[in-house]
Design a protein around this ligand. Structure first.
Ligand SMILES: [Zn+2]
Length: 305
């Protein structure tokens, strides 16, 4: 449980369980991920959007391992990944061509290209959930104008779940402080017996339509207001809709890299490959998520069982 107004996710139900929702606001987590890598602003925006989507999507699933959102593109951004553990530790990174990203950013700002077409050209957005004894994967093409639109399309086509989504991100240049982002998501739940008995089909449709209109009535200012608790924001939107909150969960930056994992990874290569990776008998590996550097000698690696 947390009283924080940022770096938190707040799940809720409205209309007697007709729809469920999530509200998320991230600040420090974004600042840490984006500043660690000194990413340019357009990449920062994409990372922020992906981090918000990761938080939303991960909180719709019961899992005990790691939720990963990965985007693979053919354009200036070839790869972007954000993952989050069940206890809210999030990290992310991106691979891109800086000059091409700057050129694409101009075209996107001028409205000549959508963010997806400009930064990724084409490619895929996939989710992967690792659990103790099973895994789950979903994939969708990058064929919509924005990342949020691609996720909406995924829910429509693959899951057939009616979904509404709103994302807002502000850059350090806009806030005068650091990064901040917020997102709201609503999903229609299957109509159970109790709801079917209480509402007519038309009423159910009306409630859903109204809930979407209310979601989009949230202003960027209130979504990004770091003083405004998410519960208060949701109360403003849905106080007349039988709003019910679940326990909020904190999110923070966290990397799971370790010397043991690096050793395990290097030991998956042949001794000859490791020989080729080494400089003066030493292999240096930088974690792509947090930048932490691991230095290992070939002797150590060969000695480790
Ligand atoms: Zn790391």
């Amino acid at each position: 449980m947390t009283d924080a107004t940022t770096d938190v996710i707040c799940p809720f139900l409205i209309d007697s369980g007709l729809s469920r929702g999530q509200a998320v606001r991230l600040q420090e987590t974004l600042d840490t991920i984006i500043s660690q890598h000194n990413y340019p602003e357009p990449i920062g925006i994409l990372i922020a959007q992906s981090a918000l989507l990761t938080a939303l999507l991960a909180s719709t699933i019961k899992f005990d391992g790691v939720f990963t959102l990965q985007i693979q593109g053919q354009g200036p951004v070839s790869m972007l990944a954000v993952d989050m553990t069940a206890d809210g530790k999030m990290r992310g990174y991106s691979r891109f061509d800086e000059t091409a990203v700057a050129e694409a950013h101009k075209k996107v700002l001028e409205g000549r290209l959508s963010p997806i077409a400009g930064f990724f050209s084409e490619g895929t957005l996939s989710f992967h959930v690792e659990m103790k004894d099973q895994s789950y994967q979903g994939i969708t093409a990058l064929d919509q104008p924005t990342l949020a639109d691609c996720v909406l399309e995924y829910f429509k086509q693959s899951e057939q779940i009616a979904t509404a989504l709103k994302i807002e991100v502000s850059t350090p240049a806009q806030t005068g402080k650091g990064w901040i982002g917020s997102a709201l998501m609503l999903q229609r739940l299957p109509v159970d017996k109790k709801i079917a008995a209480s509402f007519s089909e038309n009423e159910i449709e009306d409630l859903w339509e109204t809930a979407i209109v209310l979601l989009h009535s949230a202003t960027s200012k209130e979504m990004l207001d770091r003083e405004l608790p998410l519960e208060k924001l949701l109360y403003r939107l849905y106080h007349a809709n039988n709003l019910h909150f679940f326990i909020q969960k904190a999110i923070q930056f966290g990397c799971r890299c370790s010397k043991d994992k690096v050793i395990k990874m290097l030991k998956s290569f042949s001794e000859q490959d490791r020989q080729e990776m080494a400089v003066n008998g030493i292999i240096k590996v930088d974690c792509q998520f947090c930048g932490k550097s691991y230095t290992l000698t070939l002797e150590d690696l060969n000695a480790e069982k």
